[in-house]
Design a protein around this ligand. Structure first.
Ligand SMILES: Nc1ncnc2c1ncn2[C@@H]1O[C@H](COP(=O)(O)OP(=O)(O)OP(=O)(O)O)[C@@H](O)[C@H]1O
Ligand SMILES: [Mg+2]
Length: 210
């Protein structure tokens, strides 16, 4: 479970404060959408929840552990084992094949390549990009890259899945595929989606408006 208490964040001492002391619990088993106009801090909230940015006020609590006092190494470890992240721009490594990109987090978490290949293929297949696995990000569309990034985020069966505009580049049928995978992931995870997409909003359990 992931919780924030009295959360505030500033990029710089002189920039606007985001989140206004937000206190919120993201329940396991639920899909939660984070909404709000462009610039309200949806992506930033995901980075803070993903322990990539540290709050300037308040705290993030992961599985009951207050992350405020944790070392960077401990945070990286929590991130690798518990958190899956899909960036707004996919952020896939251009030098790796898609299959390698999906497998990589499993290797960080201590699994062997052999153990990771079959679940990676299952995920890529469900996302409709299995025939592309030996290609590289420059050879696929933005929407396909987003789906590969989602596979990468899911390979370790994270307890928290953070997805930034995961349907941003997708047609309706592909968006349905993404929602169904997110829904399935939410059986064992808190799934948190930054989105403007009305189609996604129809399918989530909770909406957190920033
Ligand atoms: N690296 C950064 N350094 C300084 N300010 C930043 C940085 N990234 C974002 N900001 C600012 O922080 C605020 C929140 O940005 P953020 O990207 O979280 O918004 P968002 O709600 O995700 O917007 P969008 O819907 O356009 O993706 C904005 O005012 C933005 O200009
Ligand atoms: Mg954003």
């Amino acid at each position: 479970m992931i919780r924030v208490a009295d959360l505030a964040f500033r990029y710089r001492p002189d920039s606007d404060e985001l989140f206004n002391g937000l206190t919120y619990t993201f329940q396991p088993g639920l899909l939660t959408a984070v909404t709000g106009a462009s610039g309200r801090g949806k992506s930033t909230l995901l980075y803070v929840l993903g322990l990539m940015l540290s709050p300037s006020g308040g705290t993030v609590i992961v599985d009951g552990v207050d992350t405020r006092g944790l070392s960077d190494a401990h945070k990286s470890d929590l991130r690798a084992r518990r958190i899956g992240f899909v960036f707004q721009d996919s952020a896939l490594d251009p030098t790796r094949t898609l299959l390698e990109s999906v497998i990589e987090p499993a290797l960080y978490a201590g699994r062997t390549r052999r153990d990771a290949i079959s679940p990676a293929r299952v995920l890529l297949n469900r996302m409709g990009v299995e025939h592309r696995i030996d290609q590289r990000p420059g050879q696929i569309s933005g929407g396909q890259a987003q789906r590969v990034a989602l596979c990468r985020a899911l390979i370790n069966e994270p307890a928290m899945l953070l997805a930034d505009e995961p349907t941003g580049n997708l047609d309706r049928v592909s968006a349905e595929g993404v929602i169904s995978v997110l829904r399935e992931a939410s059986r064992n995870a808190s799934v948190i989606i930054a989105t403007h997409d009305p189609f996604v909003l129809e399918h989530v359990d909770e909406v957190l408006a920033l």
